[in-house]
Design a protein around this ligand. Sequence first.
Ligand code: 5AD
Ligand code: SF4
Length: 485
Amino acid sequence: MYNEINLDSIDLTTAPPEKEPSRQYYFMAKCREWIKEFKKKNNRCPTAYVQTFGCQMNARDSEKILGIFKCIGYEEADSEEADLVLFNTCTVRENANLKLYGRIGQLKKYKKKNPNMIIILCGCMMQEKQAVDKIRRSYQNVDIIFGTHNIFKLAQLLAMKLLDESGNNKMIIDIWEKSTEIVEELPTERKYSFKSGVNIMFGCNNFCSYCIVPYVRGRERSRKPEDIINEIENLVADGVVEVMLLGQNVNSYGKNLDNPISFTELLRRVENIEGLKRIRFMTSHPKDLSDELIEFMGQSEKLCHHLHLPLQSGSSRLLEIMNRHYTKESYLKLVDKIKKAVPDIAITTDIITGFPGETEDDFKETLDVIEKAEYDSAFTFIYSKRTGTPAASMQNQISDEVIKERFERLLKVVQDTSAKKAAQSVGKITDVLVEEKNAQEEGFVTGRTGQNYLVHFKGDKSLIGKIVPVKLCESRGFYYYGERC
Ligand code: 5AD
Ligand code: SF4
């Protein structure tokens, strides 16, 4: 398998190959030579610390990044006091950017102790010119910056840094405006041995008026179905029982392929993979959720009964200004249809309050949808002004005071609705995929139901990675206490 490629067999006396991923393996081998020297000099492996901010897509990217570091010979560190620190950044909301500046500042003290420490920044925030300009000016301790379109080039950029003998310590910045190709078959290092995210597409074409993602992640690009199936088959052979298919809008998967296929067709092919037990996907845009998919959700043996269906706002007036292409009424009809096809479906959502021009009436429409849709849980966000998006230049921004008051009411309604919904399943027996030992309670493990609820129950680490039936005995909001049956 590609994770087992032998770097030592690569001939480094020749020029690097032109084609990917061979080109990157060549640079990994170069970095590995450097690491061999490091080990001889220091009598230890160099350490690398990767911190992920933001969404599941970033989490998956970080697994690829860590895969490259491990393949080269870095040992994973569990704190920032490491020989290499990489921050994989998020920029969906402004405060994510502010936090990151603080974190880079904090690294100064470690770099003072270990002047050869390498600091790398990547991810969505690095696609923003103002952010990179600020880092270039104010954070000269940073060594390498790259963006969302060229993660696959990490080994090449690192080799430039490690093998640079000029002594001028220049910051390496390599940011692309768009993606040219999807590079397959680079190493990955999974966080869990039994479950994995799998990218099926990258980017977004929707341009919701508040959102910066299409600007920093580029246009939609789908991976070929055969590459996805091949990856999942390899994962299953390696012990994975659950996959989460990832994309900003999985419902529009496959439209831009040379041989277009629908997301449901892809799911059918994934369902046929022997040994795979559970399939999840994220995120679904309500405007693109097809009847074909709803029907398949009702029939599938492996699709988990959980759907993340971002609402953003319950006001049809605001939804139009947000460029969401659905109304309150059509959204609620969709929810009804899904519940009819899959009666025990858990529906979760994303909600923004404080979008420019949001009136009390608009806000009440949102609360109304929460109660009618009976969400199992909701991520609630305060609107954040993102420079470059259409909403940022709208005149009628809402005051902090009003937003804060609405946000508190929003949270209360979400919590009450979720608590009611969770209580309905107490007493039921359901399959749980055990994920880890419970950190708080000795003798307990924690797993997830198909509906994506956490369950704590008595058990030991031999259960990790197994799917076992558990009775849900007590609901505690976000999680249940259960008993193994
Ligand atoms: N302000 C607040 N929340 C936002 N989101 C996206 N952009 C913004 C913004 N500018 C939220 C949306 C999206 C989730 C990933 O982040 O709810 O679904
Ligand atoms: Fe952002 Fe809308 Fe694309 Fe989601 S669908 S990533 S909210 S632009």
